[in-house]
Design a protein around this ligand. Structure first.
Ligand code: AMP
Length: 412
């Protein structure tokens, strides 16, 4: 079914053509007609499915011409996502006279004030900075007709829900609301009941199923060998671009420093970096200047980074759905990708939760020619393994790089 069947404006259709889109994606097929018909929509689809166009195209069509009042508000959890969605809106709207502004923290107010003073039709914003502007009276929400709450579950995780509620309260009741969320925890359910009118749910595929083109592997390793294993993996694997996820900003910085010392071209993405550094990191990774990007979940969620050949979970994600989001960066658009996860003994419950979530057992592999220390994980699946076993035998270094049996036998 081509885009022309949706009743989109000719300017929006020209925008799609200029982007090179030929066929709508499944979420576009289902969400565009609903939003065109004025329905509130709850969208649940993996990232990289084309959800931005699914809401942007019908909204742009219904906006028509530029007017000085802000009629569209899109809330995003992170600055990067806000910038990405703003760019998408600009691309789709390039044959219109509609104006788009992006508002997020970590940068000065000057440019944002200038844009708002000149009158914008569409605001893409993170909640905190938007409330700042609203409090200062530099942006008005009383004419908003289309409200989009994107990545709602992540806004919840980041503690933005109270801000989101305050923002929704400042928008007129008479409006169209869309909400996109990978999962619908109870707090989001409450928000839906409170902020949306008779919403229709659009769920694309099984959201728990990672792309079939991704090969998953777990490498069990002792904690103090993790960085050695990572370096060995990067040496042995042939890759174009690698995205490495760490649990904390500090760990991301440490790993990036380590890989730089090993002559990898590395960029870092986390929320302690300045906006300028974050933009440089993303741009450099996208255009191939950096072969490795080390990131935290919050910074990397939902970003459209094409052609990542490998995702490496240096740390196992704490929430199963983050596993899907992380590996969603590879194997996109039918391309093949690899997702490696480094696992230490304490990660077992999280890995089990991930495997339950994706209904798949992830194969365990050992890296060839790596001088493994023993970890209790090598005993996984064997019955009768006592608790705390790993700590006692962890320091035993095995000859030949492979574990051949339980510690008892090795002592002989
Ligand atoms: P999103 O899920 O909105 O972040 O989109 C993921 C990627 O898919 C972006 O690079 C979009 O430009 C691209 N995309 C979205 N819709 C289509 C389409 N109908 N055909 C081809 N590419 C698309």
């Amino acid at each position: 079914m081509p885009f022309t069947t949706f009743g989109l404006s000719s300017a929006a259709l020209d925008g799609i053509k200029a982007m090179g889109y030929v066929e709508p994606t499944p979420i576009q097929l289902r969400a565009i007609p609903l939003i065109m018909a004025g329905q509130d929509v709850i969208g649940s689809a993996q990232t990289g499915t084309g959800k931005t166009a699914a809401f942007a195209l019908p909204i742009l069509t219904q906006l028509g011409q530029h007017s000085h009042a802000t009629r569209v508000l899109i809330l995003e959890p992170t600055r990067e996502l806000a910038a990405q969605v703003e760019t998408a809106f600009r691309d789709f709207a390039r044959f219109t006279d509609l104006r788009v502004a992006v508002l997020y923290g970590g940068v000065g107010y000057g440019h944002q004030m200038d844009a708002l003073r000149n009158g914008v039709d569409i605001i893409v914003a993170t909640p905190g900075r938007l409330l700042d502007h609203s409090g200062r009276g530099t942006c008005k929400l009383d004419q908003v007709k289309f409200l989009v709450l994107d990545e709602a579950d992540r806004m919840l995780d980041m503690g933005f829900l109270p801000d989101v509620r305050r923002i929704v309260e400042r928008c007129p009741r008479q409006r169209h609301t869309s909400l996109f969320s990978a999962t619908i925890p109870p707090q989001i359910e409450t928000l839906i009941k409170w902020a949306m009118k008779n919403p229709q749910t659009v769920e694309i595929g099984a959201r728990r199923t990672p792309a079939e083109t991704v090969k998953h592997v777990i490498y069990a390793v002792a904690e103090d060998q993790k960085s050695d294993l990572l370096r060995a993996l990067l040496d042995q694997v042939s890759y174009n671009s690698v995205l490495i996820f760490c649990r904390t900003k500090h760990r991301a910085d440490r790993i990036a420093g380590l890989l730089k010392k090993n002559n990898h071209a590395v960029a870092v993405l986390h929320s302690n970096r300045t906006q300028r550094e974050r933009e440089q990191a993303l741009r450099g990774f996208r255009d191939g200047r950096f072969e490795v990007l080390v990131a935290t979940d919050i910074a990397a969620r939902g970003l459209d980074i094409a052609d990542v050949s490998h995702v490496i979970n240096y740390d196992v994600p704490q929430h199963p759905e983050d596993y899907i989001h992380r590996i969603g960066r590879t194997g996109r658009a039918e391309a093949k990708g690899d997702a490696f996860t480094l696992m230490v003994a304490e990660d077992s419950p999280h890995v089990a939760a991930i495997e339950r979530f994706i209904s798949q057992k992830i194969p365990r592999l050992k890296l060839e020619n790596f001088n493994y220390k023993y970890t209790a994980l090598f005993e996984e699946g064997k019955p009768g393994q006592p608790q705390g076993y790993e700590r006692k035998v962890k320091a035993v270094r095995l000859s030949g790089g492979y574990y051949f049996g339980p510690a008892r036998r090795r002592k002989r």
